[in-house]
Ligand binder design. Sequence first.
Ligand SMILES: Cc1cc2nc3c(=O)[nH]c(=O)nc-3n(C[C@H](O)[C@H](O)[C@H](O)COP(=O)(O)OP(=O)(O)OC[C@H]3O[C@@H](n4cnc5c(N)ncnc54)[C@H](O)[C@@H]3O)c2cc1C
Length: 413
Amino acid sequence: MDIYDIAVIGGGAAGTMAAIRAGQLNKNTILIERNASIGVKILMTGAGRCNITNIAPIDVFVEKFGRQGEFLRSAFYKFSNTALIDFFESNGLKLKSERQGRVFPSTDKASSVVETLKKCIKESGAGILYKMELAGVKKKDGLFEALLNGGGKISAKRIILATGGVSYPATGSKGEGLYIAKKLGHTVIPLKAALVPLRTKETWVKQLQGVSLDNIRITFLSEGKKIISGIGELMFTHFGVSGPLVLDLSGNIVALTSAHKEVKLFIDLKPGLDAAKLETRLLNDLSEKGSSQLSTIMEGLLPKKMVPVFIRVAGLNPVRKASQITQAERQLILKLLKALPLTIEGALSIEKGMVTNGGISTKEINPRTMGSKIISGLYFAGEIIDGAAPSGGYNLQQAFSTGFLAGEAAANA
Ligand SMILES: Cc1cc2nc3c(=O)[nH]c(=O)nc-3n(C[C@H](O)[C@H](O)[C@H](O)COP(=O)(O)OP(=O)(O)OC[C@H]3O[C@@H](n4cnc5c(N)ncnc54)[C@H](O)[C@@H]3O)c2cc1C
């Protein structure tokens, strides 16, 4: 039976990069992937365009990962965003940066990222075993045995677990790696969804399904205390709210709703205007167009589809003439424009979150090698490791950086 130098489990961004690096360093490397292709999840990223990384400085990457940021600093330095950009461009994939520093392939196709990775893994000399699932890992006489479903096994001197989290399990990331690591003695920090849409008590959101509001401010409050606030894009869904801004802030809310705490969301639909300026604007609109209906006035302030819902939430009459709007009604409109309230009931399940927070405790991983502090020769890479960042390309960079570092460290060990 062949004994590989390195077996990498999981052909996502992290495992593929680990296998490429180990192969480049002339190690006899095998990548084991349950799907018939590598990078199934990559194809879904960035709405099919793959936001590979961000042009932000490394300190920003560290900050985005919050309490796990410092752990990742060495990996981000070892294989930085600029190194990742060079890697793709030198392998023929041109990249471009867009707003907020997000980097995408110029093709606007995530499939070109996967194609480039396939080309690189082939050139690195690493082999791939598709449609093989890891069921367990044993270590005997200094050698690892990767036990496969169906009874096969692979022997390797070192093993890199890059099986991802439990989000979007249909892509192959079902969490076995976490349980296998637990059996080997590792601590798994409880998993929770990050970047997940939120459910609201109010059902009027359903009538706005698909409506996006850009440049609005949202503020979450729990038990009267402000939790977090941000400006960006929100999208209504049939069950509640989603969109980049909601997803990014959701991590702060999931813990509260899971603990059955009451959470309120207030949408400031006009964050660029303070209350006084907005009142002047509304007063002008109402007096200049006195014979217009309220709904026509509101169409100058809100997306058309939102107007009937907004007026219903306010309990006003849409066909009322602007000149007949009372001061109390005007104050109500202003109040709702600055703080449209929603009650958050909870989040969608962890499987529907874009990233899994929690995972292998970073206290048990050497940040300079991604090697286990418990089992020598075992390494981790990617989303399987505890921690998650907001959207912007930071999570894929984490997968590529930790994959590169684990591949190199395992090769040089
Ligand atoms: C819809 C969506 C959009 C996203 N968009 C972005 C974005 O634009 N930018 C960004 O930075 N991040 C984005 N993310 C997050 C990003 O995709 C992940 O952080 C990243 O893919 C994690 O890579 P990974 O290699 O660690 O894990 P994964 O990509 O989950 O890969 C793990 C691999 O291991 C395989 N595997 C699992 N268990 C086994 C087993 N037992 N045996 C064999 N193989 C196994 C799986 O089949 C899978 O291929 C998005 C996520 C989702 C779901």
